[in-house]
Design a protein around this ligand. Structure first.
Ligand SMILES: Cc1ncc(COP(=O)(O)O)c(C=O)c1O
Length: 492
């Protein structure tokens, strides 16, 4: 329910008020509200943006009479998402994951982590020194993508890790699969630990009742939210939310200090202002904006399914292992029925009508839609370009496409990711790396699950699997040598 309060934008208003009153700017940034800026910069961004670009610790904005407009804006954000406290982040959801890891390290040294976590979660392990026990997400072998964790997988990993200080999961995935966060929270809480949810892709879920339940409402304790992705604040702005039930499990002051530690001392006022505005838009107009976007995408899905050779991911996925519900704001196209991979179709779509996708892999293309798309002409453009592309490349009789082989189990964790990252290292030929401890990650696409993380012992099966994926046209992320002729390992 929208309250009158949610119509306010205290931080954005204070920023505008400062710019409009022509203050003596005897502070950074050196462009002085635009007066000292390059003419091209002003043409590109506008004088207004430059005038709003002010530093932190400006009286009446984030220091002075409390609650300051900055504090008020964060409180409104907490209220809008149903959090006990919200922090504005200027380093993306990546910063949220780093801060979460550092905060958890105050409670102990072990943590259960979903294996297909974002790379910033692995970076958080490096930064915090936490020792992970990984829980395997469910695979969709035909599509070659990974979904979410099941309650059983999480319970099993937590039971195997009695010293764990938290369970750390991802939902929704890049492809729109949403986890059964309520059950996962129950499993974590039953074992006395908080549930951390990387909800980078789900900031909008709180604003329409037909969308899957959002993580805070489902009992999550700390939620990383990439507000810029779907809700529409500026790129790199994000939020970290503390749940109402987190008391006693997560030290709020540790989170606060971790946010500061992972952030510049000069956070961008433009990013923070955009978070204040995006929160208002979501709280006040989110429902009607989402209503329109959801219905346009429903129609686009029907049109894409009507194209011979194409299918879409949608709520039919719900009920599969690791998929509790589906987030319709992602338009994921299954291209297995056409005679070209996603890797080949993506540049073709660019050539046909300047269609720029969020993500593409062997079997799936992913187009992302924002909460506040206006008339969404992009959906129609995508459908038309897909029709042209399929007519050009032709169809592929079902079953001819290389099927995706599940990756072998990951190797033993011989040292923490931090120890491996900071330890003495050398680069060796891949053939000589078997049995050595990895100092880098190797994550093959498809399906994008790390096969190797820093600190794990490299096995013959894993190296052969990565090599085979490369030979079949896949790729490997994290590796310093993208062809895997060499691997960076720890000197023991
Ligand atoms: C699951 C997940 N978490 C975190 C991030 C990092 O978000 P940001 O780009 O806002 O730092 C991403 C980015 O794609 C992501 O997919």
């Amino acid at each position: 329910m929208t309250t009158e309060r949610q119509r306010r934008t205290p931080y954005l208003d204070a920023l505008c008020e400062y710019a409009e009153r022509n203050p003596a700017r005897l502070h950074v940034p050196g462009h002085k509200g635009g007066a000292g800026a390059d003419a091209g910069l002003l043409r590109a961004f506008g004088e207004r943006a430059a005038s709003l670009d002010i530093p932190a610790l400006t009286h009446g904005i984030d220091v002075g009479v409390e609650p300051t407009p900055f504090e008020q804006a964060q409180r409104l954000a907490a209220e809008a998402w149903g959090a006990r406290r919200a922090w504005f982040l200027v380093g993306g959801a990546s910063q949220g994951n780093l801060a979460a890891g550092l905060a958890l390290a105050h409670h102990g040294s072990e943590v259960v982590v979903q294996r297909n976590a974002h790379s910033s979660t692995i970076d958080a392990l490096v930064l915090s020194g936490l020792r992970p026990t990984f829980a395997a997400a469910e695979l969709h072998p035909e599509l070659g993508i990974a979904h979410c964790l099941t309650e059983d997988a999480l319970a099993h990993a937590l039971d195997a890790t009695p010293g764990a200080v938290a369970a750390w999961i991802v939902s929704p995935t890049y492809f729109g699969a949403v986890a059964d966060v309520r059950s996962l929270a129950r499993a974590a809480h039953a074992r006395g630990v908080p549930l951390i949810v990387d909800e980078a892709w789900g900031a909008h879920l709180a604003f329409h009742e037909r969308l899957p339940e959002h993580a805070l409402a489902a009992g999550a304790d700390l939620v990383v939210s990439s507000t810029h992705k779907i809700v529409g604040s500026f790129t790199q702005s994000a939020m970290l939310h503390l749940g109402h039930g987190a008391d006693g499990m997560i030290d709020e002051s540790a989170v606060d200090r971790a946010v500061t530690l992972t952030e510049s001392t000069s956070p961008s006022a433009l990013l923070c202002g955009s978070l204040d505005a995006a929160r208002r838009q979501a709280a006040v107009n989110g429902r009607s904006l989402l209503e329109r976007t959801i219905s346009t995408l429903t129609q686009a899905r029907e049109q894409i399914r009507a194209i011979d050779g194409l299918d879409v991911l949608d709520e039919r996925l719900a009920g599969r292992a690791g998929v509790f519900a589906y987030d319709p704001l992602r338009l994921a196209v299954d291209v297995r029925g056409v005679r070209a991979s996603g890797y080949e179709l993506a540049p073709l779509l660019r050539e046909i009508d300047d269609i720029n996708l969020e993500l593409y892999g062997q079997n799936v293309l992913v187009a992302v839609f924002g909460m506040g798309e206006r008339s969404i002409p992009e959906a129609a453009r995508l459908v038309a370009a897909l029709r042209t592309a399929v007519a050009r490349v032709g169809l592929d009789p079902a079953g001819e496409r290389l099927s995706f082989a599940a990756p072998p189990p990951w190797g033993e964790l011989a040292m923490t990711p931090r120890e491996a990252y900071l330890g003495a290292q050398e680069v060796v030929p891949a053939a000589e790396a078997v049995g050595r401890i990895a100092a880098e990650s190797l994550a093959t696409y498809p399906p994008g699950i790390p096969n190797v993380l820093p600190g794990e012992r490299l096995t013959e099966q894993t190296l052969a699997y990565v090599q085979r994926t490369l030979e079949q046209g896949g790729s490997v992320r994290g590796a310093s040598d993208r062809r895997l002729r060499t691997v960076r390992v720890v000197i023991e």
